[in-house]
Design a protein around this ligand. Structure first.
Ligand code: H79
Length: 615
């Protein structure tokens, strides 16, 4: 993307310098492949740097998160003390929850006085963790600081926090309590952190923003060093007014690099940057469930259990347990995670209505194999998602979660997307027989009894998946890079790149002697798939990309653009080496180029090294 000249430029430079310092201190390197190993490009910033640390789709770093599927979101902060209602001086009542200060225009001094009486003495970390565990949730993400800027731990950066500005026991630290309880229960803990800050006086003015940013970095270091979170969930990255928010892609790139220096194992959502496909490790659809896997990104849907994130005493519009269970099954079948919110009240207690629903959800998941369809399971392209439910895959089993059980004598039809054999079928947690017969474009599943519950009935199908060629032993594609954007003259460097997973961002480039702007790379060689199927090739690119397979131009996005995905359907043959050529150009600003694939048998991933052969 073309760079805009901004004061942020200086900050970017600062980030680069910090990056170099950090790398010198830790001797750290960045790897481009999906597996750990020696780093092909070792610089931490500047020309020659690739900021991609791994492929989130396959890396060990994200493994727990990809298996977990179901998490608890907790919105808890100074706003919780108002329980969703503010009575104005004229006696009228304004309702909201975590946005109440801004939406109800509560003067700062009034909001601060209300926070001073905040005493969540009943917050019980063990009870919270127990509830999550009972619900079948494998991780917890709690607000460490929402937009109101109020820190829920004893930060040293200001006094606007739960220890220094409340009526709460100053010797308690609820994040530490939660960390201890979560560790004991084998539940991962992450922190939500809002970049947008309504309270810090330095936030809105570009002249003072660097001071805010310094405190924000310091707070995040406190969180990472003090609580060892597994994940950071950013928010408030968007352009906004009142107070003005100019968080930029460059700010996001700097923050992400900083966090990975603090802890290379951290998982970070895409709101660390500007919520784009190239930002962080995963996309964050809010209050919605995508209809299919998200192109180019892992994803997690966050949702409320009623209609508010923070506690709102009047909000009783609770989702039913069936809705929660079905949502989770649908999310898992589309390869995503489900982060379901609770909002503790001013005493720190999760509303009983939430606890009840979470417990019921856990019971439903534990029964009749529903959890088998969720944990460790993911998307499959082997069959089309049916109108009567969703399907997930784990190894050689498909889990068909039926939400609309057929009337007796009527079959469930499954459309096959690949030559597939179903070797056995059973309704989990039921003795009934289910017969499978080839029918039309797939199979008919005929149950012989009732559903196992009102929310979903899981049919486990043992499948013989399409034949696979053994994994290849490729070493990557030949890469020729130029220090100009039109492939002019002889290339500046020729290498073999194990994978195409490049996040050069603002300062990086293919090689130390190629500046961060105005360059181009042409990769050539062969692509060797394991399956004879129609693959979807996906590129993530900025500024331009073109892809040829077997001499045919299949992706042609040659107009300079910001980060985006392009896709092409390409029929490939198992074990065959298909000629491939990828061209990437960078003018100015940010640069990215990733090549992913997916197919009925293959979940989305960065095309692995073994499948790439140099020319
Ligand atoms: O932390 C939760 C929300 O507070 C936050 N993200 C989740 C995880 C969030 N911020 N913005 N939004 C969600 C969507 C924006 C909604 C808006 Fe509005 C509509 C902002 C102003 C009008 C909702 C309604 C918030 C205030 C009034």
């Amino acid at each position: 993307m073309r760079s805009r000249t901004r004061p942020a430029r200086l900050l970017g430079l600062l980030g680069v310098v910090l990056g170099l310092l950090g790398a010198l201190l830790t001797g750290e390197a960045t790897a481009t492949g999906g597996t750990p190993g020696p780093a092909p490009r070792a610089a931490a910033a500047g020309p020659g740097t690739n900021h991609a640390v791994d492929d989130p789709f396959t890396s060990g770093r994200t493994s727990w998160w990809r298996q977990a599927r179901f998490g608890m979101f907790i919105h808890f902060g100074a706003y919780s003390n108002l329980e969703g209602e503010y009575t104005r001086p004229d006696g009228t009542v304004c309702r909201n929850a975590e946005w109440i200060k801004r939406q109800c225009a509560i003067p700062t001094d009034v909001y601060e006085r209300r926070a001073a009486t905040f005493d969540p003495a009943a917050f019980d970390a063990e009870a919270v963790v127990r509830t999550a565990k009972e619900a079948g949730q494998r991780y917890i993400v709690i607000t460490s600081k929402h937009h109101d800027g109020y820190a829920m731990w004893p930060t040293k950066q200001n006094r606007w926090n739960l220890r220094d500005h409340s009526a709460f026991d100053p010797h308690r630290d609820i994040l530490a309590e939660l960390k201890r309880a979560a560790d004991a229960a084998g539940i991962k803990l992450g922190f939500y952190y809002s970049i947008w800050d309504w309270h810090d006086p330095d936030f809105a003015d570009p002249a003072t923003f660097p001071r805010y940013k310094k405190r924000m970095y310091a707070q995040l270091k406190e969180l990472v060093d003090g609580y060892d979170p597994a994940l950071l969930w950013f928010d408030g990255e968007w352009d906004a007014d009142n107070p003005v928010n100019r968080w930029s892609p460059r700010d996001g790139a700097g923050l992400q690099a900083y966090l990975h220096r603090l802890d290379p194992g951290l998982i970070v959502n895409n709101r660390v940057g500007k919520k784009r496909v190239v930002d962080g490790d995963y996309g964050t659809p809010e209050q919605e469930i995508p209809g299919e896997p998200v192109a180019g990104q892992l994803w997690e849907s966050c949702m409320t259990l009623n209609d508010h994130w923070g506690f709102a005493r009047y909000d009783t519009n609770w989702k039913s347990t069936a809705t929660v269970v079905r949502s989770l099954l649908a999310v898992a079948g589309r390869g995503g995670n489900y982060l379901l919110n609770v909002g503790p009240d001013r005493h720190g207690r999760i509303p009983q209505a939430s606890v009840d629903r979470l417990r019921a959800t856990g019971r439903r998941l534990a029964a009749h194999g529903r959890g088998d369809a969720v944990y460790g399971a993911g998307h499959t392209g082997l069959v089309a998602e049916p109108a009567w439910g969703t399907v997930s895959r784990k190894g050689d089993a498909l889990y068909a979660s039926v939400t609309a059980w057929p009337t007796p004598g009527k079959p469930l039809h499954l459309t096959a997307r690949a030559p597939l054999r179903i070797t056995s079928a059973r309704v989990l947690g039921s003795e009934q027989k289910i017969t499978v017969t080839p029918a039309g474009d797939g199979f008919d599943l005929m149950p012989s009894g009732p559903p196992t519950g009102p929310e979903a009935t899981v049919v486990r199908l043992a499948v013989r998946p399409p034949a696979a060629a053994p994994a290849g032993h490729g070493t990557g594609l030949t890469a020729r890079s130029w220090a100009n954007e039109d492939f002019g003259g002889p290339p500046a460097v020729t290498t073999i790149d194990p994978v195409l997973n490049m996040s050069y961002r603002f300062d990086g480039s293919p090689a130390a002697r190629i500046p961060a702007d105005h360059f181009a790379t042409r990769w050539t060689g062969a692509l060797r798939p394991r399956y004879s199927e129609t693959y979807t090739l996906t590129t993530v690119s900025d500024d331009t990309v073109r892809v040829w397979v077997d001499g045919r131009l299949v992706i042609d996005d040659g107009t300079a653009h910001g980060p985006r995905t392009d896709r092409a359907a390409v029929a490939l043959t198992a074990g065959h080496r298909h000629a491939v050529r990828v061209e990437h150009t960078e003018r100015t600003g940010e640069a990215h180029l990733k090549l992913l694939w997916s197919s009925p048998s293959q979940e989305q991933q960065i095309v692995p090294r073994g499948a790439l052969y140099p020319s």
